[in-house]
Design a protein around this ligand. Sequence first.
Ligand code: SF4
Length: 357
Amino acid sequence: MLDQIRETLTAGGRISIDQARHLHEHADDAVLAELAGIVRARYHAPDHCSYLVMAIVNTTNVCVARCDYCAFYRLPGAPDTYTLDFSQIRSRIDELRALGGTLVGFNGGFHPDLPLDHFTDLFGRLRAHYGERVEFYEMTVAEFMWLAKRAKLSYDEAAERFAACGTRWITGGGAEILEDRFRLRHSPAKYKVEDYYDAQRSILDAGMGSTATMVIGFDETLDERLAHLERLRRFQDEEGAGRLSSFLCWTYKASNTELGGDELPLRDYLRWLAICRITLDNIVHIRTSVLTRNADALLGLAYGANDFDLPTEDEVTQKAGATISHDFEHILDSARKLGFEPMHRDPLPVWNEDQAA
Ligand code: SF4
């Protein structure tokens, strides 16, 4: 079957989910890297990669979802809860800018007392203050769903509210494994998978951008991982190639979580990254995770990834064991040593009709 898969990919074709399973079970590392390189080359020069410097600013750690893999959240009333105010958020953005950063991803929890208007007001003020100097990933689809439900708004109505205040991106974070059996085991209060895609569709329909993510290394089965890829690929087909601008996969960090466990070995991460690149042939940018694998993440460039962030902070993963280095040159050198020339890029623009032409 390997020869048939190689032939399909070389001719610009698409593999089936059964063939992705076959690759996971039978292809050796070199073959996976080679096949991922074939799909990568449809979009990117083989020896190029891109990056930007960004921060994930956690606006509140109050959350009532109680996901068992999360080390970050605190229940309302706990002594170490916080919610950042506008000036604290501005300070964090200014710290990022001093490090050369151009993108801020905001992330919080399911806070029972912060309504949707709190966030539309915040994002509107931030855009007014920073103009085009910084791009924002204003929140994740999971947070958007929570706020819409709390406000008793349909996803379409909530998305219109966010778009009207100048929100450009509601990204695909909080996805972990998009498979309902997985969600029931670890995160039953968060959402159901089809509900997640309904919300993401409303976000796109309102003219905002979104992305795709996946986290591996919990106790998910291969079937659950493949279901995530199959549904995501179908969603992108339904919405139109390019609508979800990028896909980022990272590994679960287990420290201080109720679920516990060990982090996935690097080799398993790289092999899965290759399978993602091969399978998700309708997503242009595949990002490897420096946040969770540090300079080792650059090995992912040889397994189909073409892009990475240099993160300056993210409390969610740092609480669970991630370490962040601001020695960006060391990380960029790791890419060069592997034969990839890192090119600094601007934050990606939101997809528009012109790009489809
Ligand atoms: S992963 Fe997100 S939704 Fe789940 S408990 Fe943590 S902060 Fe809350």
